[in-house]
Design a protein. Structure first.
Length: 328
């Protein structure tokens, strides 16, 4: 009020106004990632100033929240918008966050594949696909090969290592699975010796039959040389991602043509188990073999191994050669 006074009188005037409290403020401090396959999430926010209440909506539908956060479950695939509004005597303030729930990536698992080592030049791979998938592609050794949504048949495989990869695609991304195996060469077939043509001979004049003498026993078969290389067994590298076999090198010399058998075995749970076998025909002379000890793609474990070798000529068996090998 303002009052003015003069010589004979006075006058007064007044004005009225109201000071209101400031409106509250609200700030979102965390929210779900912009793109994610997660169907659950939460939003955190901070309210400042004089606030009397907080209200929240998700996609324009009221959502439960307290004075600083809100949690969601069962979110559908697609875009979502969260809005928080803080109210007070001085007014209200709002903040929003928008995020997208993307479809999950598909899943693929190989359920069957060729054995780690085999002489078969054909085989098949089976797999299962889970999740939202829109297509499947397969490759063999980096080259596209035919497959359906659950399997692939392979033929004409060459000797050596092969890798099969299956890739599935979907709205949520891609997934892949792979398997590796080795096609080994079959054992060598024996080479038959040529049969010489008979040479006619003149009919001998009759002569007195000599007195028969006791038949001497056949001379037993014997090795002329037999040894192992200085590095008899080489194990798979410790850091190898895939290792299908270990090797044992075996050298020998025969005095005559014989059927030759080499066996590599080791003791498992108290019993000797054969892990590699080679049976071939060999002519007289020297040769060597590399035995492959198959362990289903695993690294050859340390321990003792036994190598046995024996030659057979007709009904005669040579004495067996036996050596103990150790992998450290």
């Amino acid at each position: 009020m303002v009052t003015v006074t003069g010589p004979s009188d006075s006058a007064a005037e007044s004005a009225t106004f109201v000071v209101t409290p400031p409106a509250p403020t609200v700030t979102i401090t965390s929210a779900p990632p912009t793109d994610s396959p997660n169907t659950v999430g939460s939003v955190a926010f901070v309210v400042g100033g004089d606030s009397s209440g907080t209200a929240c909506t998700l996609d324009d539908v009221n959502a439960a929240c307290d004075s600083e956060s809100a949690s969601f479950t069962g979110l559908s695939v697609g875009s979502h918008t969260f809005v928080v509004t803080a109210s007070g005597p001085g007014g209200s303030d709002s903040a929003s966050a928008t995020f997208v729930v993307t479809p999950p990536a598909p899943i693929v698992t190989i359920t069957a594949a060729p054995p780690a080592d085999s002489t078969n030049t054909s085989g098949s791979v089976a797999f299962t696909v889970g999740g939202d998938s829109s297509g499947t592609t397969c490759t063999l050794d980096g080259v596209t090969t035919a497959c359906d949504s659950g399997s692939a048949s392979l033929t004409g495989l060459s000797v050596g290592s092969h890798t099969f990869v299956v890739v599935v695609s979907g709205p949520g991304g891609t997934a892949s699975a792979a398997t590796t195996w080795e096609v080994t060469a079959p054992p060598r077939e024996p080479t038959p010796s040529p049969i010489p043509a008979p040479t006619p001979s003149p009919t001998p004049a009759p002569r007195p039959s000599p007195t028969p003498s006791p038949t001497s026993a056949p001379k037993p078969f014997a090795w002329s040389a037999l040894h192992l290389s200085s590095r008899a067994i080489s194990k798979c590298p410790a850091r190898a991602r895939s290792c299908a076999s270990a090797k044992a090198t075996f050298s020998f010399t025969l005095t005559q043509r014989a059927q030759f058998t080499i066996i590599l075995s080791r003791k498992v749970h108290g019993k000797m188990r054969v892990v590699a076998r080679v049976t071939v025909w060999e002519a007289a002379g020297g040769d060597s073999y590399v035995l492959r000890a198959h362990f289903g793609g695993r690294v050859l474990t340390p321990g003792a191994y036994q190598l046995n070798a024996q030659a057979v000529v007709g009904a005669q068996h040579s004495s067996a050669f036996r050596a103990t090998l150790r992998v450290l």
